[in-house]
Design a protein around this ligand. Structure first.
Ligand SMILES: Nc1nc2c(ncn2[C@@H]2O[C@H](COP(=O)(O)OP(=O)(O)OP(=O)(O)O)[C@@H](O)[C@H]2O)c(=O)[nH]1
Ligand SMILES: [Mg+2]
Length: 307
């Protein structure tokens, strides 16, 4: 077991605006991007493909007068797999834990069924909601107005803000608004803590992020990543990970001609893990078949995708 990243060893309990803030939205709206930007660290997997996040991740933002515990959740999506159900449960848990919700809206896509589900969930959970309209660097004013009007049918009184989750300066107004809605209380974490997640769990997500970038269509969505070995020696991290795929014929895709694809994945993942762990990395990847794992509750539990 590795130690949680939150164990900074510093104990500076303080007091101020504090609480849990759920990031809710359909897939691909920029929830994980916002988390990374606010933390100033790349902890959550981000990709241009929907359904990147599979389980909740807490990010801890601390400044002079507040400690905001952001809960990044999977995107709201009605799928048929046991994995979809598990992701939906993760959203439910995040909503339960939250003091307030930030509904992340993506105006670059026309509102649809997933927005309807998101808006209903936001309205039904009985907690203060902020509508954060993201991607306003690329959306038109009409797109923003259309998306806001759609959500306002369900949460008419929620305050709304335009943000750019990729740009720290353009999420500041959201942070300020969140602070005004949070209660006062003692801080639960140290000033240097960024998450309560284990390093190796973050590492598995960063490897999955590479898979989402490199592989096409459904293939990356059907891969689960397990970290089998995590050893430190002479300031170098030795990591072994297994990529579990659902079908034998995906092996050839992931390994690629002459092993080219797996070599690319390994190279890119090594770079990312080096940046994350701030140490040179030796990474070995293995590929194994776990037939239809996305339908198997036991597998999902083992991978902490289901409680
Ligand atoms: N132009 C632009 N793109 C953004 C912005 N925020 C996020 N993105 C892009 O949107 C895509 C999705 O971002 P994610 O953060 O993975 O979205 P998510 O809501 O966490 O997605 P799921 O985990 O699938 O629910 C990525 O390609 C991001 O780079 C933004 O403010 N502007
Ligand atoms: Mg995400």
């Amino acid at each position: 077991m590795t130690t949680p990243i939150s164990s900074s060893g510093r104990d500076e309990r303080r007091f101020g605006r504090t609480g849990y803030v759920a990031l809710l939205g359909r897939p691909n709206t920029g929830k994980s991007t916002l988390l990374n930007t606010v933390l100033g660290q790349h902890l959550a997997a981000v990709s241009s493909k929907p359904q990147t996040t599979r389980k909740y991740l807490m990010g801890i933002f601390t400044d002079d007068d507040s400690q905001i515990l952001f809960l990044d959740a999977p995107g709201v999506h009605a799928g048929k797999l046991a994995l979809d159900e598990a992701m939906d449960k993760a959203i439910g848990r995040v909503l339960e834990d939250a003091d307030i919700l930030v509904a992340m809206l993506d105006p670059t896509r026309e509102p649809g069924a997933e927005d309807e589900l998101t808006a209903r969930r936001a309205a039904g959970c009985g907690k203060p909601v902020i509508l954060a309209v993201n991607k306003t660097d690329v959306a038109s004013a009409d797109d923003v107005a259309r998306t806001l009007a759609f959500y306002r049918q369900h949460v008419p009184d929620a305050p709304a803000l335009e943000i750019v989750a990729l740009d720290r300066a353009r999420v500041e107004s959201l942070l300020q608004l969140v602070k005004t809605l949070l209660p006062e209380g003692p801080f639960l974490y140290g000033a240097d803590d960024v998450t309560d997640a284990y390093e190796r769990d973050i590492a598995a997500e960063l490897i999955r992020e590479v898979l989402l970038e490199e592989l096409r269509q459904e293939v990356p969505h059907s891969v689960a990543v397990a970290i089998d070995t995590w050893k430190e020696k002479n300031n170098r991290l030795y990591i072994e990970a297994t990529l579990y795929i659902e079908r034998e014929n995906h092996k050839a895709i992931i390994i690629g001609r002459g092993g080219q694809m797996i070599a690319r994945i390994r190279e890119s993942a090594t770079r990312r893990l080096h940046a994350f762990a701030d140490a040179p990395i030796t990474l070995n990847l293995f590929v194994k078949v776990a037939p239809d794992w996305r339908q198997k509750k036991k597998f999902l539990q083992e991978f902490k995708l289901l409680e």
